[in-house]
Write a protein that binds this ligand. Structure first.
Ligand code: C2O
Ligand code: CU
Ligand code: CU
Length: 516
């Protein structure tokens, strides 16, 4: 506590000398409220640094650095060997205070992706703070156990700041999960998958070409936890792997090189009811999947690779072939397959852990409780004058349209459509869009496809969807229509919903919805 007071005072002195105007907005941003008694208190600083990622020159990155002010030492963990992170580990029901200090050269704000928290704590871009400022977050963790994450959310700069290295994990645990004795400690491993382009000096290129901004950035080099050619050394026992697609726009079609099946135990909003098996998994930007992977019985030295298989992403690159050649991109809509990481057995051990048949009973919402089950609220993913939008609108900081107002305490069905139409250059419904809704977790209750010319793209990935649990991000392939069931609880206010292709988001494929 004393430490916090000192911090605040130091800042106060610094800024009072700088300008009187700052004083006016100052206390709002810095002051921790005295009534709020945190179980966990952290200082999180965004700054820049140099990282050795490839052999040779270091890469300049942005990173979060954390310092524990109050709480158990196990609250803060680093992702081994990574500029990504930190991992904040917390229990459901705990209260957390985070002092976010922005030492970047530009404005920023942290968004807690997947958390159910008040709107003014959620990192809406209207709260972005300038260089040198601090924002104090205070909230109670109400989410069930799961792999949530955090990243910058200043409008128009989310893509470039995430690309530069700003992303961390917010891992919640609860009693139900602890009763299961799933693999823990060094056997519980987060894996953040990202793609990056490096120039000859090993620096990242966040290109601003028109094609990149319209389609989203894709990198040629795959990084896992910020490392190239990632190898995960494992023992002959089960692991809990928490995968996060932290890429700006790339979708992965994950599969094991030995064709073995995945055992999926969790998704965006935590554990699913029972483990399910999948021969491949479609993981879109911001989505998480938790796997139970058992290396028992394998011989020392054996290797299995996690790959991304080739699939048709339905992007208009094929149809826009000429434009693509003009831009010198040479991309096609059929992605190639590539390796993401390798696992390598390095040690024989004994263990007694077995996969639980029942993970956690899900308290599901019922469609019958939705106030609009018969006429769901409709969201069309659109394209106008080379800008992606939702219902033909793009983001305005404080704008809420009449069909974006919902009532606290009600459940609704949202009908999201990525359907092709003869819009400009026929591009509507021509790209995948991972749609994310802030402030809550929802259920995917129905998917359908119009079976038009984009059927190949849908057929390539649809068996890789995991719709069994709570979600905060859902992928819509071209031509696809998804109905989700959501409930607006506890907090009134203005929350975002948007495409989590970060270049689409930054260009305005984002809107507010208001809970009243
Ligand atoms: Cu992970 Cu509004 O985003
Ligand atoms: Cu979010
Ligand atoms: Cu999009």
């Amino acid at each position: 506590m004393t430490q916090v007071k000192q911090l605040t005072r130091r800042k106060f002195l610094k800024y009072s000398a700088a300008s009187a105007a700052m004083l006016l907005i100052g206390p709002k941003l810095w002051a921790a409220s005295p009534e709020f008694v945190p179980d966990v208190e952290i200082k999180l600083t965004a700054s820049t640094g140099l990282e050795a990622i490839l052999p040779g020159k270091k890469t300049s990155v942005s990173h979060y650095r954390a310092q524990l002010i109050k709480g158990l030492a196990s609250t803060l963990q680093t992702i081994a060997g990574s500029y990504l992170g930190p991992i904040i580990r917390i229990n459901k029901g705990q209260k957390i205070r985070v002092h976010f200090e922005n030492k970047l050269a530009e404005e920023s704000i942290i968004h807690w992706h997947g958390l159910h928290i008040p709107d003014n704590m959620d990192g809406h871009p209207q709260y972005a703070i300038g260089s040198g400022k601090t924002f104090v977050y205070e909230f109670e963790v109400k989410n069930r156990a799961g792999t949530y994450w955090f990243h910058p959310h200043p409008h128009g700069k989310t893509g470039s700041q995430v690309y530069a290295g700003l992303a961390g994990l917010f891992i919640v645990s609860d009693k139900e999960e602890q009763a299961l004795t799933l693999p823990s400690a060094q056997y519980d491993i987060p894996l953040v998958i990202q793609d990056r382009n490096f120039d000859r000096n090993n620096q990242w290129r966040y290109t601003q070409g028109m094609m990149d901004r319209m389609m989203g950035i894709q990198g040629e080099k795959i990084l896992v936890n910020g490392n190239a050619d990632f190898v995960l050394p494992v023992e002959t026992r089960p692991y809990r792997l928490r995968l996060l697609n932290g890429s700006n726009s790339r979708i992965y079609k994950l599969a094991w090189s030995d064709k073995s099946e995945f055992t999926v135990i969790g998704t965006d909003g935590g554990l699913i009811e029972r483990p399910i098996t999948k021969s491949f998994i479609a993981l879109a930007p911001a989505e998480r999947v938790e796997l139970w992977v058992d290396f028992s019985g394998k011989t020392i030295g054996s290797e299995v690779t996690l790959q991304s298989l080739s699939f048709d992403d339905g992007s208009p690159m094929g149809r826009m072939g000429m434009m693509s050649r003009m831009m010198g991109k040479g991309r096609t809509n059929k992605s190639k397959s590539f390796n993401i990481l390798s696992t390598k057995v390095v040690k024989k051990v004994q263990h007694t852990e077995t996969l639980p048949a029942l993970l956690t009973p899900l308290k599901r919402l019922s469609v019958n409780d939705a106030i609009n089950a018969k006429s769901p609220r409709r969201f069309d993913l659109t394209m106008n004058r080379m800008n992606w939008g939702i219902n033909n609108r793009t983001f305005k900081m404080n704008e809420v349209a009449s069909n974006e107002r919902v009532k606290l305490g009600t459940s609704e069905v949202w009908d999201i459509r990525n359907v092709e139409s003869s819009g400009m250059m026929g591009m509507r419904g021509a790209m995948p869009h991972p749609i994310h809704i802030h402030g809550l977790q929802f259920l995917v209750i129905e998917r359908s496809h119009h079976k038009g010319k984009n059927a190949t793209a849908w057929n390539d990935v649809k068996d890789g969807y995991i719709d069994d649990g709570w979600k905060d991000t859902v992928l819509l392939m071209p031509g696809e229509r998804v109905k989700v069931l959501l409930k607006f609880e506890d907090y009134k206010g203005k929350f975002l919903y948007h495409c989590h292709n970060l270049e689409h988001e930054d260009r305005g494929m984002m809107r507010n919805y208001q809970v009243t």
